[in-house]
Ligand binder design. Structure first.
Ligand code: SF4
Length: 315
């Protein structure tokens, strides 16, 4: 299949399938990416929305979606998607629905669902090779219930359940789960990480994914002014810094084969990303936590050292 990719932001489709005026927080990075995702997915879709921040998007009788929307509990959005997919397939097979009227099935979740509560049902859907899109808006905590830590929360982040104090000056002591690798172990046709600061990369990934039947998965790093304690106007800046410092790697995996799609020419120190985010403020004040900052930088360096040695082995 011939895929028409885009080259610059001037080529981003004008079409809007998500109306303005949603009740999510100002500067929500998840919403910024979702708008771009829907430009490619179009309006002939059914959104299956697991409980989370995006629950706010469709509150009867108002909806910013041009498409249909189904709400599910946190654990079972892929099961809802399976039901819709099966129903559409049966109706088309029986001739009760023209195949031109077919709809794409799109699961929309936050990281609490994707990394924790809904992981089992997602694994089941990947195992069954369900033909669907899955978008995880990863703001690295349970955002809509007060920013408690989730399996996506990074090491040293302050959250509602990992407050900073005398006993715990570091914040979360655990490291973020590697959801990309968990999903990759199921070898889906298409899997990618995306960022609201790289809309061209995002749009091209969705265009590329269109050619595959089966699970198509996207993890979006979503700056969250409410939980990251950042200025809403700085969401794109932090999304860009996450990529420029190497803490958020933009990549894709086609049937398990990984390729990095955006590699900074020179990496900025990870401190530039952490600085200015209230959830990491304790690493800089009242005393600089050198050891913790060094450990975070080392984790990022180690990741890219492995990528570079893997890629040079391929050549
Ligand atoms: S809490 Fe964070 S992720 Fe949720 S809507 Fe607000 S900005 Fe977006």
């Amino acid at each position: 299949m011939n895929i028409t990719t885009i080259k610059s932001i001037k080529d981003i489709p004008q079409e809007e399938n998500l109306s303005p005026g949603t009740p999510t927080c100002a500067g929500c990075g998840g919403l910024l990416s979702l708008r771009h995702c829907l430009k490619v997915l179009g309006e002939k879709i059914v959104v299956v929305n697991a409980a989370g921040c995006f629950t706010l998007l469709a509150v009867y009788p108002f909806t910013p979606f041009k498409s249909s929307w189904l709400y599910t509990a946190m654990a079972c959005a892929p099961a809802g998607a399976q039901g819709i997919r099966d129903a559409l397939d049966i109706l088309i097979r029986k001739g009760r629905l023209d195949s031109k009227e077919n709809l794409k099935v799109v699961v929309l979740t936050g990281d609490g669902v994707a990394y924790d509560i809904g992981l089992a049902s997602t694994s089941g859907a990947l195992y069954r090779n369900l033909d669907f899109y899955y978008i995880c808006s990863d703001n690295e905590a349970y955002g809509n219930t007060g920013f408690q830590s989730s399996g996506a929360t990074p090491f040293a982040s302050k959250t509602g359940t990992t407050p900073i104090g005398r006993i715990s000056p570091t914040g979360l002591e655990l490291s973020k789960k590697n959801l990309f690798e968990i999903w990759r172990s199921h070898t889906p046709p298409y899997l990618a990480t995306i960022s609201p600061a790289h809309p061209v990369d995002l749009i091209n990934k969705f265009k590329k994914a269109e050619q595959y039947k089966g699970p198509k998965l996207f993890i979006n790093l979503s700056p969250c002014p409410a939980g990251w304690v950042t200025d809403p106007s700085h969401s794109a800046k932090f999304a860009r810094l996450a990529v420029d410092t190497g803490i958020w790697a933009l990549k894709e995996a086609i049937y398990g084969e990984v390729k990095h799609t955006v590699v900074p020419k020179s990496f900025k120190p990870v401190e530039e990303y952490l600085k200015g985010q209230g959830r990491f403020a304790h690493l800089f004040k009242p005393v600089r936590q050198e050891e913790t900052l060094k450990r975070i930088q080392e984790m990022v360096d180690q990741y890219w050292d492995n990528v570079c040695s893997r890629e040079s082995r391929k050549r």
